[in-house]
Design a protein around this ligand. Structure first.
Ligand code: ZN
Ligand code: MN
Length: 259
């Protein structure tokens, strides 16, 4: 058991208590999903990536990383292929909201007053906000009104210049980056042994009509499960993304959580 890990759950309770009791140490909480990511990647991509960003950022700003949420809200057809796909395993919105609210209130009980949610799965977005809102409201009722929560998704820290460098043939948009160049490049940089690029299916970017249908029409989702081709992914692109996003997140948290 390490005395000084950035992973909160690897500490003893006493070491953890000493770090968080005063309220200055931020807790970084990754939130992902179990979701298919094409034939070339495992289903925990949305967990692995925010955990790694949180780990890198934590060591630079003196924060701790909480155990991640490994299930998320249901995959949407236009951003994750759809919840009908085999393997994808999701929570109802109310379940995610309630679980997140509980965990935020637990950290508050320990003395934590600064929390940053690292979202790795687009569909979680509004449920995260609801969980925060309910937690802050209940904490306020209990007399705790100095909790601050930051929410971010690492891909929002990719600037225009970087997009042009990474997508010389044109950027398809974050919403159809599911299993595409962004996530695959990051996985190649971090966990190359978990990527089977030779199994990746090259296809045109998915195109959807400007409305949704329920139950979803499976034929709208490319057969691969990815929404854009990962063929142009590379570890070099992943390294660029790691640096740009980690630097951007550190800067944001140094602003919001001044030491
Ligand atoms: Zn993903
Ligand atoms: Mn996802």
């Amino acid at each position: 058991m390490p005395e000084q890990s950035v992973f909160a759950a690897e500490l003893s309770w006493a070491d953890y208590d000493a770090r968080v009791r005063g309220g200055d140490t931020p807790i970084l909480l990754p939130i992902g999903s179990m979701e298919q990511h094409g034939h070339h990647m495992p289903m925990n991509v949305d967990v692995l990536l925010p955990v790694e960003f949180a780990r890198r950022v934590a060591s630079r700003i003196g924060a701790l990383v909480a155990p991640p949420f490994t299930y998320g809200y249901k995959s949407h057809q236009k951003s994750g292929g759809g919840n009908h796909l085999p393997g994808t395993t999701s929570l109802d919105g109310a379940t995610l909201v309630a679980a997140l609210r509980d965990v935020l209130k637990e950290f508050a009980r320990h003395g934590v007053r600064r929390i940053c949610l690292f979202n790795g799965h687009f569909e979680n977005s509004w449920f995260i906000i609801e969980g925060i809102d309910l937690a802050l409201r209940e904490l306020k009722w209990s007399g705790i009104d100095d909790m601050k929560v930051v929410v971010l998704s690492y891909w929002d820290f990719v600037d225009k210049d970087t997009i042009n460098r990474l997508y010389p043939k044109g950027f398809p948009g974050w919403e159809i980056e599911h299993g595409g160049v962004l996530e695959t490049s990051l996985m190649l940089a971090l966990y190359p042994e978990q990527v089977r690029l030779e199994r990746a299916i090259d296809h045109a970017p998915a195109s959807f009509p400007p409305y949704d249908v329920y139950p979803p029409k499976p034929e709208w989702t490319p057969a691969s499960g990815t929404l854009s081709s990962p063929k142009e992914a590379s570890a070099e692109k992943g390294e660029i993304l790691l640096q740009v996003c980690a630097d951007g997140i550190v800067k944001a948290l140094e602003t919001e959580f001044p030491r």
